[in-house]
Design a protein around this ligand. Structure first.
Ligand SMILES: Cc1cc2nc3c(=O)[nH]c(=O)nc-3n(C[C@H](O)[C@H](O)[C@H](O)COP(=O)(O)OP(=O)(O)OC[C@H]3O[C@@H](n4cnc5c(N)ncnc54)[C@H](O)[C@@H]3O)c2cc1C
Length: 317
């Protein structure tokens, strides 16, 4: 079957692009390599404990994103971080935002796109790992930029040289995330901790945040970019021990019940593109994501909205 638009990635930028285009009557298919939606706005359950393991909260400064957040609040999908006036969280947890945006969209999960080729007929052919191929008239890539470029490279797509060089220059920090269940309450303040040195850059207690009521403490630890780069490939036990040691002052002497390590290879862009998205009408190809809109949830959202606007204009001509 040939779709009007294929979108690779069901993170916030891909879902918002899809949402806007479907609301304008386009036929859209979203292909997502994971089992869930939301990308880096991810929530993980470990036994009774619930952790936001990627984005911890989001801010909304731009009126276009403020309008999205307002809609999510009305729908019961977002709420204020307890005690904060400017931080927003997903309800009941971060992954709720992706689930909410997915309603009514055609999303194929566990579909990893490995290559995109321009067909002689002017459409796109996408290879999907272990699931054959699909065709689409237009292609939108919303994975972290190195992953999007790998898809195009595998299909032999030649981008304008200057654009290709600018895209190649977008690289990402890794982030090691350790999810820790304690046997008693932590000393992490409700607003979390942002250490300004050492191995950690974030300590947040999901119980105090209000998303994990069934355990005494469920702490998300995010390692700094320097630590994550240095220790990315090290064994889980070694990394966990180092991060637990760094977080010990906030554990109130409590015992550690479980730890789960997640390795984010592409956590946040080090450098940004400088424009909210890319749309190449001659190739009917678009790219969006936080590598374009800015290294935050809001940046990803604004990028998706910007690209949806460009594609919608193209569809009208
Ligand atoms: C540890 C961490 C902490 C963060 N903290 C914050 C925070 O507190 N506040 C904040 O505002 N932002 C934070 N961020 C950043 C924020 O999460 C991101 O900027 C935003 O979620 C990016 O959305 P996106 O749509 O651009 O990309 P993603 O969410 O990465 O979505 C891309 C999607 O594409 C899929 N994909 C990739 N390759 C393929 C393929 N070949 N085929 C099919 N699908 C594919 C992925 O599985 C993913 O679902 C954090 C990020 C991390 C990792």
């Amino acid at each position: 079957m040939k779709h009007t638009i294929a979108i690779v990635g069901a993170g916030l930028s891909g879902l918002l692009t899809a949402r806007v285009l479907v609301d304008r009557g386009a036929s859209v298919i979203v292909l997502e390599k994971s089992r869930g939606v939301g990308g880096r706005m991810a929530t993980k359950r470990v036994g009774d404990a619930v952790f936001d393991q990627g984005a911890q909260y989001f801010t909304a400064r731009d009126p276009a994103f403020q309008a999205c957040v307002q809609d999510w609040i009305v729908q019961g999908t977002a709420a204020r971080w307890p005690s904060s006036t400017h931080r927003w969280i997903g309800q009941p947890a971060m992954t709720a935002i992706g689930k909410h945006l997915s309603a009514g969209l055609t999303i194929e999960r566990e579909r990893k796109v490995t290559a995109a080729r321009r067909h002689a007929a002017g459409c796109w052919e996408l290879d999907i790992e272990e699931h054959g191929m699909i065709r689409a008239e237009r292609l939108v890539l919303t994975a972290p930029v190195p992953q999007s470029l790998a898809i195009l490279d595998a299909g032999g797509v030649v981008l304008p040289a200057e654009l290709h060089a600018r895209l190649r220059a977008i690289t990402y920090h890794p982030c090691l995330a350790l999810l820790v269940v304690l046997d008693g309450s932590s000393d992490v303040p409700v607003e979390g901790v942002v250490p300004d040195s050492g191995p950690l850059r974030w300590i947040g207690d999901n119980v105090k945040k209000g998303i994990s009521p069934q355990v005494p403490a469920a702490v998300t630890l995010h390692a700094s970019a320097a630590f994550s780069t240095q220790h990315y490939g090290r064994p889980e036990a070694e990394v966990s021990a180092l991060l637990l040691e760094a977080a010990r002052p906030w554990f109130a002497g409590r015992g550690v019940v479980t730890t789960t390590l997640h390795r984010w290879k592409f956590s946040e862009p080090r450098t940004e593109f400088g424009e909210p998205c890319v749309w190449l009408p001659e190739l009917t190809l678009g790219l969006a994501g936080d590598g374009f809109g800015g290294a935050r949830v809001e940046g990803a959202a604004l990028s998706g909205l910007a690209l949806a606007g460009r594609v919608a204009t193209h569809l009208m001509h």
